[in-house]
Design a protein. Sequence first.
Length: 262
Amino acid sequence: MSIHDSNPGTAVVTGASTGIGRSIARQLAEHGFDLVIAADEPEIHATAAALEPLGTIVRAVEADLATPQGVEELYAAVPTDRVSVLVLNAGIGVAGRFHESSLAGHLRVVDLNVRSTVHLAHLVIPHLVANGYGRVLVTSSIAGLAPGPYHSTYAASKAFGHSFAEALRTELKDTGVTVTSLMPGPTDTAFFERADMLDTVIAQGRKDDPDDVARDALEALMAGRHRVVAGAFRNRVQAELGNHLPEPLVAPVAARMVKPKS
């Protein structure tokens, strides 16, 4: 089964109401996948309505995946005998100095970006293995390759996502299921506004089109690659720096990009 098959199955996409998730969902629908899409806002229903004319079955689940109940609600909508793709994309960030910002906000980052990823993966992956085929995409970030001053829990959560994806990939070898870590750079989505990061160098700089990021992601996913640094060439440069430079050198550079100008 691949992105070129006439009946490729059902793809589950979280964080699909806007941004990268919505672009991934649309491109999967264009390739014939039925969809179960989820987000914690009513816009997910408008996304479903926009995708249905592409000719596939689209089910929208409005649920708060930062809670165990929300994850279980989404899982209840998954046709486990037909699921072939799992896109763990939902994520949020909190900006500012850790000790001066909301504890509830930071814990919600952990709940959504980390806990819900583990929870939903643990529910769905056994069905992919039982079916003998599957593709899993975990949306990490190049921010996860280095310390993230002024968005500390976000960067740490993305480091978790990348490590988690790489570990699962090894465990699932020879099952027919592959796991890909998606590592985008700054992308033109609502993320920066929602994370209260508009007054930062990174938010005011160049950003990638989410459609381009989604295209890179799906190419890597269906090829079974272990990771993809999506978007512009500069993202690959930053990823290499994050991988190879000592953390005491990388952290101050990252801080200048994310520290609020005010």
